[in-house]
Design a protein around this ligand. Structure first.
Ligand SMILES: Nc1ncnc2c1ncn2[C@@H]1O[C@H](COP(=O)(O)OP(=O)(O)OP(=O)(O)O)[C@@H](O)[C@H]1O
Length: 256
């Protein structure tokens, strides 16, 4: 089944009376449980695509169906409810709140959701946060302020937060952008694992190694999906070299 179906999506920005057609007629389907990477030159529209298909920003034209609902037809309240319940975000700009602990940042979106309104719901959220933090290896920093942890720990906390409402899909913008090599590998292992449990993932990256861990990679150029490549589900680290080689050859052909 399709988690996300994007039809004829266009996004135009007007700056100083000049039109910038950033997304031009994008058609894209992400199936449930699929992990898709988006690559392309700087300024080609990757981040705009992520914002527009997740309803964080409005579309100029076209349609985005998320689990059968047309996002472009929802009111802003309906949209924020749907985002809260069904989507997770790992965006670099979405900083954690500095006056809260790592743990409180993680549970915040869940406390704002329907489940957070009841005592039993809050207990479930707390249990889930504990489990997620344990799985991502950050239990020991639960009570730290967000400025007392490393970049890798913070990114793992962002992933916990994006997972707290058990979303159908996670949108990630350069999830490894600020990380060193080892942290980057660990974060990708986590995203692969989460995806293996059934969550769809759409991620933007400049890093070929990161993209090679996705099942499918799209190449966007001038606001249009020029081509995509299917790499299949990643079974483990043993396949990485071959996947990287395949992706690299493809990117070279595209002039990346
Ligand atoms: N809020 C905005 N208002 C006006 N123009 C914008 C806005 N956001 C993005 N743009 C323009 O849209 C184009 C695409 O930007 P976008 O950030 O989507 O590209 P990108 O492929 O993610 O780039 P990068 O790889 O450098 O992050 C750029 O020309 C940018 O200047």
């Amino acid at each position: 089944m399709e988690a996300l179906k994007v039809s004829n999506l266009c996004k135009t920005y007007v700056v100083n009376k000049r039109q910038n057609n950033v997304l031009r007629n994008i058609n894209l389907t992400i199936n449930e449980g699929e992990m898709v990477g988006v690559m392309g030159p700087s300024g080609s529209g990757k981040t705009t695509l992520l914002y527009t298909v997740s309803g964080m920003d409005g579309a100029t034209a076209g349609k985005v169906d998320f689990l059968g609902k047309d996002l472009t037809a929802l009111s802003s309240n309906e949209m924020s409810d749907l985002r809260l319940e069904g989507m997770g975000f790992v965006f670099q700009q979405m900083y954690m709140l500095k006056n809260l602990s790592v743990y409180d940042n993680i549970i915040l979106p869940a406390y704002q959701s329907k489940a957070g309104k009841s005592r039993a719901g809050r207990k479930m959220i707390n249990d889930r946060a504990g489990l997620l933090m344990q799985k991502l290896g950050i239990s020991e920093i639960a009570d730290n302020d967000v400025n007392e942890v490393s970049g890798g720990q913070l990114q793992r906390a962002c992933i916990c937060r994006s997972m707290i409402n058990s979303p159908k899909i996670i949108f990630a913008d350069e999830p490894t952008g600020a990380l060193n090599k080892q942290n980057s590998i660990e974060v990708m292992e986590e995203l692969n694992r989460i995806n293996g449990e059934g969550t769809s993932i759409l991620l933007v990256t400049h890093d070929m190694k990161v993209a090679s861990k996705c099942e499918r990679v799209l190449y966007i150029e001038d606001g249009d999906i020029r081509e995509d490549i299917s790499l299949g589900k990643r079974a483990g680290a043993g396949e990485d070299r071959e996947r990287e080689r395949k992706l690299n050859d493809w990117l070279i052909k595209l002039g990346w």
